[in-house]
Each structure stands twice: as C-alpha cells, then as structure tokens.
Write a protein that binds this ligand. Sequence first.
Ligand SMILES: NC(=O)c1ccc[n+]([C@@H]2O[C@H](COP(=O)([O-])OP(=O)(O)OC[C@H]3O[C@@H](n4cnc5c(N)ncnc54)[C@H](O)[C@@H]3O)[C@@H](O)[C@H]2O)c1
Length: 268
Amino acid sequence: MMNDQDNMLKKTTSGGLSAIYPELRDRRVIITGGATGIGAGLVEAFTLQGAQVIFVDIQDVDGQALAHRLAPGALHAPAYHHLDLTQIDAVTGAISGFVKDLGGVDILINNAANDDRHAIGDVTPAFWEERMNVNLRHQFFAAQAVIPAMRGAGGGVIVNFGSISWHLGLPDLVLYQTAKAAISGLTRSLARDLGRDNIRVNTIVPGNVKTPRQEKWYTPEGEAEIVAAQCLPGRITPQDVAALALFLSSDGARMCTGHDYWVDAGWR
Ligand SMILES: NC(=O)c1ccc[n+]([C@@H]2O[C@H](COP(=O)([O-])OP(=O)(O)OC[C@H]3O[C@@H](n4cnc5c(N)ncnc54)[C@H](O)[C@@H]3O)[C@@H](O)[C@H]2O)c1
C-alpha cells in the first residue's frame, strides 16, 4: 500500500529519482548551497526520502520558497538557514548548532560553489582568497564540524562536490578549476583519515547540469555543443545528480569511499 511519502515521490519527481532508500528515512542531512540549482534538487530528493534536512545558502528568498514548497506532505519539512560559507567562524558555529538541534548528523553534502568567469590577468591576491573561500575552504571546515558527531555515532557520509571543468580544462575558470581540483585531494585525504571511524567521503563530479545559472553562461548553441560532446543525448538535470547523491548516502554504498563519482553523460 502506498503512503503519503510514496505518493509525493511519484507525483513530484521524474527519471533519475525513482529509487526509495528506506534507510534514508529520518536520517539527519545538512546541505550547503541548497536554495537553487543542483542544491535545490538535493534538498527535494532527501526530503522526499523522509530525511531530516537542514540547508543553508545566501539566497534567502529562494531558500525560504523551497522550504515552503516542500513542507506540505513531507515527513520532515526541510529547514532553511541563511549562512555565508565564506565566513568560517559562522560556518563552524552554525553547523555545530544544527548538529545539536538534530541530535546528531548522518550526512553532509558540501554542494555550494561559485563559478563566476575570470581572466588570469584580473586575478589579485584578494580575489584568489575569495575564490578559494567560496569554492574550497568551507568544504573542509564543514566536514571538520560534523566529524565529532559522526565519530560518536559510529559513522557518517560526506559528499563533496567537484566539477568536470578542470578535467576538461575549460576557459576563464582558472581559480574555480584550481579549487575544484583540490576537492578530489580533500576527499581522498578525509576518506583515509576517517575510514576507520566508518565515515565515508566521496566526490560527485557533475558534467554540465541544466540549472538556471548555467543557462546564464550557455546559449542554446553552446548547450547543443555540450550535448554533441556527450556520449548520451539530452541534458543532465539536478535530479540526475541527486540520484547519485542518494545512492552514495545510502547503505548500499557502504564500501564506497575516497573516490570521484561522475554524472556527466560521458562528456569528453
Ligand atoms: N551545474 C553544473 O553544470 C555543474 C557542473 C560541475 C560542477 N557543479 C558543481 O555542483 C555544485 C552545485 O552547482 P550549481 O550549478 O547548482 O551551482 P549554483 O551556482 O546554481 O548554486 C550554488 C548555490 O550555492 C550558493 N552559494 C554560493 N556562494 C555561497 C556562500 N558564500 N554561502 C552560501 N551559499 C552560497 C548559491 O547561492 C547557490 O544557491 C557546485 O559545487 C558546482 O561547482 C555544477
């Protein structure tokens, strides 16, 4: 017999989000950059699994609207909080507070980033710092803030977001790509140090995902060029990425750690 959660899942999702992981029900999840784009897809996907989701962002209108849209029928309504991830003291304090409120934490999804284009000649030391802070630094400190609770509970899952961009060497993204390349090293290092505590750490490497922000960078012709370079036809959606995040967070992935997992439709 279908319950409300099953009905909601059936009504509101498509394609990549067909799986239900019973163990994700009630799991405590913190998602960064959850107000828009892929992050919003992650918030929706974990909420539909019946998880307890707290998500943070700086886009308050979108964050609150998403929390409001997902609340009806949810086993646990997702909670939105404003948090600027470039402010490390605030990150550490907020995440420790969320862990306290949730009575622990099972899953951290380090999704937030900023892929503003920039030319090499325009980079100043201050801009370097700012790009590393928005694209790399918070992933480490958010992880550091959840580790004690995960250790105490006997395990947990951390999913970091990398990018296909530096693998392809895309133009005008040198600092973003430098930060995203470091995330693979961060993941491997954390996975090694935390594995014996049963904390799994992986990187999701998205290809080009159709989000409102990506539509700002690519014309329809540019999108067509990307699709032509993929093995598979069609555009990758936030739901396709969320489907991988759900699997990596599930008990089915219990022996997966320390690696990059790609969802790129075979873009080369
Ligand atoms: N969309 C793609 O094609 C693509 C491709 C490769 C990698 N990725 C990666 O996937 C993740 C999600 O990408 P997206 O396309 O949804 O990005 P997006 O820019 O659409 O969304 C990122 C979210 O992070 C938030 N954010 C940015 N700076 C923040 C800050 N200082 N504090 C708090 N929140 C902040 C933004 O407000 C936004 O809601 C990112 O890590 C990105 O690098 C995306």
